[in-house]
Design a protein around this ligand. Structure first.
Ligand code: NAD
Length: 351
């Protein structure tokens, strides 16, 4: 039987623990904010060492989703769910129990796939709740959309730094040639840009280099490459005390989540005169895409692509806030999101 208990968490609307011993579920769902709309965020399955560690993660991720959706201009709040467990031992029974747990939020929380959960798992979740997006046959694979959003972010970044969004002749150093990085690299090459890439899987880097006419460097060299833009598309935390002094780029624009190891690294980049395109602003293409499943009338690719075009304007506004207020671009993105949330909270609309 699924047992649901509240977990008090200051600054969050609702945080609950769901435990079902028979079906092997131990999970937490956190709803950070529903000011702009229902809280959407993926379902992560991870072998957390303790519930405390899982709680810290879900709270951080749920809050991040509020900011990401607000910056993207979506009528969505922020939430997230985590399942404590071994990804190799996931079962249908566990995902059915999780579906019931999601359903208990009555639509205040909407789930989707995330680390270690797949579209097929969401199909199982959907047996118990309607509040799940990213199902088979709907908005599809988010990675090409995410890559497109990052590329739009690149153009805005180039405009801010060089006064022209022309990609031709610019060099972009892409770290991680996976689902998003490989398409981002292709978009850069198609626009006449030069690609330098790296991946811990040599065959992935080779594929991208061949397709783009680019060059390969070692994974521990990529951020040191002399280039116009460094594009992290692998792991988080890559902008830190060690890497920032070694950067030889004018800007950073990539898909990876949580690129700044700590908030102060945003200031460090600013001090070095390197323009950082905040990750959650430029990698929102996948979220915008899946959000379109919730829009009345159902998913429409054209509308989703149109909504993604706003990433460029949003980023330019964020750069302007950073300049005018003398703060890092990361802090400016938070401010941009908070203004929209505050406007909605005070009834001034969601503009
Ligand atoms: P992916 O797993 O398909 O690709 C990641 C690639 O990075 C892999 O090829 C991997 O071998 C490589 N890699 C890992 N460690 C590396 C290292 N130290 N140096 C160089 N390469 C390394 O993942 P993805 O879906 O392309 O996502 C990339 C990043 O973008 C992740 O941080 C993800 O959270 C973020 N993101 C993805 C989406 C999406 O729609 N897929 C949306 C938003 C954010």
């Amino acid at each position: 039987m699924l047992e649901i208990t509240d977990i008090p968490a200051e600054g969050y609307e609702l945080v609950r623990r769901g435990v079902d011993r028979e079906r092997g579920l131990h999970a937490i769902i956190a709803v950070h904010s529903t000011v702009l709309g229902p809280a959407l965020g993926g379902m992560r399955l991870w072998p957390y060492a303790s519930e405390e560690e899982a709680l810290t993660d879900v709270l951080r991720l749920a809050r991040g989703m509020t900011y990401k959706a607000a910056c993207a201009g979506l009528d969505l709040g922020g939430g997230k769910s985590v399942i404590l467990g071994d990804p190799a031992a996931k079962t249908e029974a566990m995902f059915e129990a999780m579906g019931e747990f999601v359903e208990s939020f009555g639509g205040r929380y909407i789930t989707a796939e995330d680390v270690n959960t797949r579209v097929e798992d969401m199909g199982v979740v959907a047996r118990k709740t309607r509040h799940v997006v990213g199902l088979e046959g709907k908005s599809g694979n988010p990675s090409p959309k995410t890559a497109r959003g990052v590329f739009l972010g690149l153009k805005a970044t180039l405009e801010e730094v060089f006064g022209s969004d022309e990609v031709a002749g610019r060099t972009v150093a892409i770290e991680g040639c996976g689902s998003v990085g490989s398409i981002y690299a292709q978009l850069v090459a198609d626009a006449g840009g030069k690609v330098v890439c790296a991946d811990i899987r040599p065959e992935a880097a080779e594929r991208v280099a061949e397709a783009t006419g680019g060059t390969i460097v070692a994974p521990d060299e990529i951020w040191k490459v002399e280039c116009d833009v460094y594009g992290p598309c692998a792991l988080g935390g890559v902008l830190n005390d060690e890497t920032i002094p070694e950067l030889r780029c004018r800007a950073v624009c990539g898909a990876a989540n949580n690129q700044l190891l700590e908030a102060r690294h945003g200031d460090m980049l600013r001090e070095r005169g390197i323009k950082y395109a905040p990750d959650y602003v430029v990698n929102a293409g996948g979220l915008i895409n899946v959000y379109n499943e919730l829009v009345p009338g159902g998913y429409d690719e054209e509308r989703a692509l149109e909504m993604m075009d706003k990433i460029r304007q949003n980023l330019l506004e964020i750069f302007a806030i950073s300049r005018e207020e003398g703060i890092s671009t990361a802090a400016a993105a938070d401010r941009f999101a908070e203004r929209r949330i505050e406007a909605a909270r005070s009834g001034a609309g969601n503009a």
